[in-house]
Design a protein around this ligand. Structure first.
Ligand SMILES: [Fe+2]
Length: 387
């Protein structure tokens, strides 16, 4: 491969083949102009060169690259650190598309809930389109977990909750190797799971303090309301309404409204209830702050073990991991870092980008650490993000 110094890259340069950060990772596709932001990012993360099998498209300069293989890492440790930098660059590239999908989904759900609460006619197709976009994200964004954990939700919590929960449900669906049509059905039924809340008076559904027993009785009607809206008003097939009807049923039979248990509960509903609860834990509510993903996970496995289908929750928690990608941690030297990659064989020793040094000062150039290769430093606790 040809090595091209970053200092020789010019905005607008295009190459006949992709530019790589290492032999596996494409940074810029073939015939795509290099942008100023690309160069800034490469410099920010300390890249000195990129690689390509192609040639500079001859519409700008003729000799804008220099062949030099001397400074490309040859030892394993440096190469792994380079890969971590690359991982973070790829994460940054995936965030804008994710944010757009999240925002669009929020807007669609908001419009839908409002129309239903006002008994107005509405079109279900935007929900189908949204489901399609969510599935695309799950299938094509390898850094979805980072994007979800680092997303800063704004606006009414319920619309955020349904989008988060649908994403997490699809994460489980992907682990269960659901087909695309099945993933789309899971996404639609997840997005519509709480639609019955649109029929609950807002003085109760939006109450900022603890509900009375009578108010909670009203809330408990939302699964049935949702099921009726989906199957009777929208005339969706029964299976698409089952998540709405059963997402508050518990595996041990302690849920509502029917108190059914185990496999009596539809599979999608068993998947969704895990996702829904995790989403609820990590979102701010008027009466409590959002829990850290680490705390949410601990809660779900220690307090409510029998509520969930054990097979599905194991799958989900293994994927999310104790320190999910995108979450923040404090290290034994008091520095603060964000998790950017997992090491499946060493779940407590993920790969990190250090953001604050041990004096609490934001590092100018982020440094990357693969904890699985370090024996002197370790994670002391999960912490909230500070940006
Ligand atoms: Fe619900």
């Amino acid at each position: 491969m040809k090595v091209i110094k970053i200092s020789d890259l010019k905005v607008g340069n295009k190459f006949t083949k992709p530019l790589y950060l290492d032999k596996d990772s494409i940074f810029i596709n073939a015939n795509t102009p290099v942008s100023e932001a690309d160069i800034t990012r490469l410099n920010k993360f300390g890249f000195k060169e990129v690689l390509t099998l192609g040639d500079l498209v001859q519409e700008t300069a003729t000799s804008d690259f220099v062949l030099d293989t001397d400074s490309f890492p040859t030892n394993d440790h440096d190469f792994k650190i380079l890969q971590l930098k690359n991982t973070y660059l790829q994460i940054e590239k995936n965030v804008p598309a994710f944010e757009l999908v999240f925002k669009d989904s929020f807007v669609v759900m908001q419009a839908l809930f409002r129309k239903i609460s006002e008994d107005k006619a509405f079109d279900i197709n935007p929900v189908r389109d949204t489901a399609d976009k969510l599935v695309d994200q799950v299938k094509t964004n390898p850094h979805l977990c980072y994007c979800l954990i680092n997303h800063k939700p704004s606006g009414y919590y319920l619309y955020n909750q349904v989008v988060y929960a649908s994403f997490f449900a699809l994460t489980i669906g992907a682990l269960l190797e659901y087909s695309r049509p099945k993933m789309i059905e899971l996404a639609i039924s997840g997005l519509l799971a709480d639609i019955g809340m649109a029929k609950i008076p807002s003085v109760i559904s939006e109450k900022n303090s603890t509900l009375t027993d009578d108010e909670f009785k009203v809330i408990k009607k939302h699964p049935l309301f949702g099921y009726q809206i989906l199957t009777k008003v929208l005339k969706l097939k029964n299976t698409l309404g089952l998540v709405a009807l059963q997402h508050h049923e518990n595996f041990d039979g302690s849920g509502y409204p029917q108190r059914i248990q185990k496999k009596e509960i539809d599979e999608f509903a068993r998947v969704f209830t895990i996702a829904d609860n995790f989403a609820a834990h990590i979102l701010d509510r008027p009466w409590r702050k959002a829990l850290l993903p680490y705390e949410a996970m601990k809660n779900m496995i220690s307090l409510n073990t029998n509520k969930y289908d054990l097979g599905f929750i194991r799958l989900f928690l293994n994927k999310i991991a104790m320190y999910p990608i995108g979450s923040w941690v404090e290290l034994s030297d008091s520095s603060k870092a964000v998790v950017i990659d997992s090491n499946p064989n060493k779940p407590l020793r993920p790969s990190l980008m250090v953001v604050r040094n041990s004096n609490g000062i934001k590092t100018k150039d982020p440094t990357f650490v693969n904890l699985s290769e370090e024996d002197k430093i370790y994670i002391t606790k999960a912490i909230p993000s500070d940006d």
